[in-house]
Write a protein of this length. Structure first.
Length: 142
């Protein structure tokens, strides 16, 4: 892979990975353990935080796609890049809308059982994090 696109791809990949790890696996579960944070307050905060995260992720995905394409990478770089971007696209087009509809209902005062969509989102986040880690390592070694 060419040096300049590879350097940008590595930086964007590890920034993206760091954001996913910090927000999805640290901030999101911890906010509900804070004193006096109700489910409604936690959902309101979570919606804002994840909306911002997803916007930044979309920008980073464009950077990764562009730099990977310009760098003429091997399959070991292309495959995890594609996986990360496809997982993000699935989250944005299928999982997040379902979560938003559910959180709208909770914020309106409905009592709902635990959501399988949250579990699906967590699985997708885990897959995306693994793909980003593989992408960063593969790009460094390409």
């Amino acid at each position: 892979m060419h040096a300049a696109p590879a350097a940008v791809a590595v930086a964007a990949t590890f920034v993206w990975l760091g954001m996913v790890l910090a927000i999805s696996f640290l901030e999101a579960p911890l906010k509900f353990r804070a004193p006096d944070v109700t489910v409604r307050i936690g959902l309101g905060i979570g919606r804002l935080v994840f909306r911002a995260l997803n916007r930044v992720e979309a920008v980073l995905a464009v950077v990764v796609i562009t730099t990977v394409a310009l760098g003429r990478p091997p399959a070991s770089v292309v495959i995890p890049a594609a996986v990360a971007v496809l997982v993000l696209a699935t989250q944005l087009t299928a999982i997040r809308p379902a979560l938003n509809r559910r959180s709208d209902r909770v914020l309106a005062g409905e009592e709902l059982p635990r959501s399988r969509a949250h579990l699906l989102y967590a699985v997708a986040e885990s897959l995306k994090a693994l793909a980003l880690l593989a992408l960063g390592i593969a790009t460094l070694t390409a």
